[in-house]
Design a protein around this ligand. Structure first.
Ligand SMILES: Cc1cc2nc3c(=O)[nH]c(=O)nc-3n(C[C@H](O)[C@H](O)[C@H](O)COP(=O)(O)OP(=O)(O)OC[C@H]3O[C@@H](n4cnc5c(N)ncnc54)[C@H](O)[C@@H]3O)c2cc1C
Length: 662
């Protein structure tokens, strides 16, 4: 299969290990005085956006940054708990750049681009050095060296962490770097601003239309380049572990202006989340994958077992991940762990009131740690109570904030009882298609972090999103953007009364006016919830041709109903959070359809995309490498009309094989 002529991944020639080094030495540069007259718009100030904006401003470019929250510190990145990967091999356990590259390609079920993933593994170590220099308080061993733990899909310990608040600490680091540039006047920060559209002139991205969320006014902003660092779209499912504000609007509007959407159907369902407890919920809570270092996952061996967990004897427990996948045990990748939990619950082995949960149990490792502590403290013949108490202290130090969060939400104490967990929507591997330079199919428009279709193929390994977002922002785009901007040095700032700005603003104003004028009977949430249910039922953990075809029709009908019957109170020129939601949901209603179309054309199972028709006899995902080893990149034509372009994935450095974690 040859790649579509409309897609040029621009992967440099040469052997894999040398591509990035050679690229950096030969890429076109922009001299310092030209940098000062080039303006870059960075939309989003999570880890990807903050790191990019701080780096680009430090390099001398004029930077404007937008985010819809009241501070960059509130970006969803702050929620990241477990850690960030890097191939430092501090544990001397056999890690290397190649192994991180290999694990990521395999973990993604061989659906990612080799050159980008290798570059990610190469720069991973620099990220840790950069963050340590910024003062990020990574966990350390007693002797002062940085500590590591394991995450899924690997057999080494390469995850750096700051208790269960890694994202927050990394974001504070990136935010400080950004704030320094703001203080020096190199960055103009526009908080409470939502990008509503991209402005293209002569086929290139040259600005955005943003809405000031406080006054409701639309604004025009010019840039020589636009960077979308706007995060993932998991909230299309309504219930997810994402922050409530996460949305697809920026990426979707870019898509409608010519940016192809890559692999929209690849969604990550995380195995360890607090189960849904009822209809009233609007948010799900993650229990970090780091917990699988010490938590053992099990379900009762007997169906419909209503006994309490502690009353079920050891021999009547099925540690099913350890049984099925002994080589990786509880640390199999997320797609594998999630499917295994669902299978058991569907077969009647689930626990809790809903029976849609399994246990994550810390008792065995609490005891193990307790014994080690007793030895360290020279306590001879400790009692069971002493051992458990000492073990709890270790567990508390490692995961205390996560345990507190679990207790606050469920009312149960996980130091005493196993946690109940179930898979939930968590991350979107799909996003805007980008080439090696992180540029979309619209020249001058770049996508970074979770907003791009990323390096994770069909399934992301834990602790790799923070790595990718920071790699993109600190170490990749600062080089690759020069390749584009070196050709733009003669482009003078385009006045924002240009017809393209007027057209884009008018279009958005009309759309907003239309939403307000509907004055229907149903709330925005009503539509969002119904969309989420369709997506979860038919384009969630299991997908089928029949279900997807039905979902497409249901989404179209729901979208038509939305535009007739949604009720958006308030008016345009004021702070109006319902209006904000309505705009976002209107985009989700279009994206959802494309996700189903994408899932329908991919007649194979891979990673998080599990088509019921394509599974091995023992229920594992069955890929079809002959026909589907490609990235699907969708071009927007008109409503419900998308054209598929394929980027062939060539594996020259890794032998493509059936994934095996047993
Ligand atoms: C609960 C949880 C825990 C996680 N833990 C980990 C972990 O331990 N390790 C790991 O590697 N990954 C983890 N992840 C994933 C990781 O946190 C995210 O993938 C990553 O932080 C995304 O960063 P980002 O910069 O791409 O986007 P975000 O942090 O989502 O930032 C998006 C930015 O875009 C802005 N924005 C969005 N739309 C617009 C618009 N239209 N106009 C203006 N601004 C806009 C927002 O204001 C925000 O500033 C976790 C995810 C969740 C949900």
């Amino acid at each position: 299969m040859a790649s579509s002529t409309k897609l040029n991944a621009k992967v440099p020639e040469g052997i894999l290990e040398n591509k990035w080094t050679k690229y950096r030495s030969t890429v076109h540069l922009v001299n310092p005085s030209n940098k000062r007259s080039l303006e870059i718009l960075v939309v989003g100030s999570g880890l990807a956006g903050s790191s990019a904006a701080a780096s680009l401003a430090e390099m001398g470019y004029k930077v404007k940054v937008f985010c819809f929250q009241d501070s960059p510190r509130r970006a969803h990145s702050i929620a990241a708990q477990g850690g960030i990967n890097a191939a430092k091999n501090y544990q001397n356990d056999g890690d290397s750049v190649y192994r991180l590259f290999y694990d990521t390609i395999k973990g993604g079920d061989y659906r990612a681009r080799e050159a980008n993933v290798h570059r990610l593994a190469e720069v991973s170590s620099n990220i840790i050095d950069q963050c340590v220099a910024q003062g990020v308080p990574f966990a350390r061993e007693y002797g002062g060296t940085l500590s590591n733990r394991s995450f899924g899909g690997t057999q080494v310990q390469r995850t750096f962490y700051a208790a269960g608040q890694t994202g927050q600490q990394l974001l504070l680091g990136a935010y400080s770097a950004l704030q320094r540039q703001i203080g020096m006047g190199a960055v103009e920060m526009l908080t409470r601003h939502e990008m509503m559209d991209v402005v293209t002139i002569d086929g290139k991205a040259h600005g955005i239309i943003a809405r000031d969320l406080i006054s409701g006014k639309l604004e025009r902003h010019f840039g020589h380049a636009v960077l979308l660092c706007t995060g993932g779209y998991g909230n299309v499912f309504y219930l997810s572990t994402n922050a409530m504000g996460c949305n697809v609007t920026a990426a979707w509007k870019a898509h409608k202006r010519g940016a192809f959407f890559g692999n929209p159907c690849y969604t990550q369902i995380h195995p360890t989340c607090i189960p849904v407890s009822g209809d009233h919920q609007s948010k799900l809570t993650l229990m970090s994958e780091s917990l699988r270092n010490d938590g053992r996952i099990w379900a009762p061996k007997k169906k419909d077992d209503n006994r309490k967990a502690i009353d079920i004897p050891e021999e009547e427990r099925d540690y099913y991940l350890e049984r099925k996948y002994p080589a990786f045990g509880n640390l199999v990748p997320r797609d594998v762990a999630s499917r295994a939990a669902k299978e058991l619950c569907d077969a009647g082995y689930g626990v809790g009131a809903s029976k849609m949960a399994v246990y994550l149990d810390f008792a065995a490792n609490t005891e193990r740690y307790g014994k080690i502590q007793a030895n360290k403290k020279n306590i001879h013949n400790p009692t069971k109570e002493q051992i458990v108490q000492l073990g709890k202290e270790v567990i508390k130090e490692k995961y205390g904030n996560l345990f507190d969060m679990y207790k606050q939400i469920t009312g149960e104490d996980p130091y005493e009882l196993p946690m109940r967990i179930y898979p939930a929507v968590h991350y979107t591997m799909g996003g805007l298609w980008v080439d090696y330079n992180l540029m979309t199919t619209v020249p001058g428009m770049f996508a970074l972090g979770e907003a791009n279709f990323s390096d994770h193929g069909a399934n992301r390994l834990g602790a790799s999103a923070l790595m990718q977002g920071l790699a993109d922002g600190y170490f990749v785009v600062p080089y690759t953007i020069g390749d584009y901007l070196s050709e733009e040095i003669r482009t003078k700032a385009i006045p924002t009364d240009h017809a393209a700005f007027v057209e884009a603003e008018t279009k958005i104003q009309n759309m907003i006016d239309k939403l307000i004028a509907i004055k229907g009977t149903k709330s925005v949430d009503n539509f969002h919830k119904r969309l989420g249910k369709i997506m979860w039922d038919e384009c969630g953990m299991n997908r089928s041709s029949k279900g997807l075809n039905e979902a497409i029709e249901k989404i179209k009908a729901l979208r038509a109903e939305f535009w007739k019957d949604v009720r958006v109170p308030g008016s345009t020129n004021e702070f109006n959070s319902e209006l904000e939601k309505a705009v976002r949901v209107s985009d989700f209603l279009e994206l959802g359809e494309l996700m189903c179309i994408d899932a329908l054309q991919r007649n194979e199972s891979c990673g998080g995309h599990f088509r019921e028709e394509y599974q091995t006899p023992d229920g594992e995902a069955m890929r079809d490498d002959e026909n589907f080893a490609y990235v699907s990149a969708w071009e927007y034509k008109s409503e419900s009309d998308f054209e598929l372009h394929k980027e062939e994935l060539v594996f020259e450095n890794i032998k493509i094989a059936q994934r095996n974690y047993a």
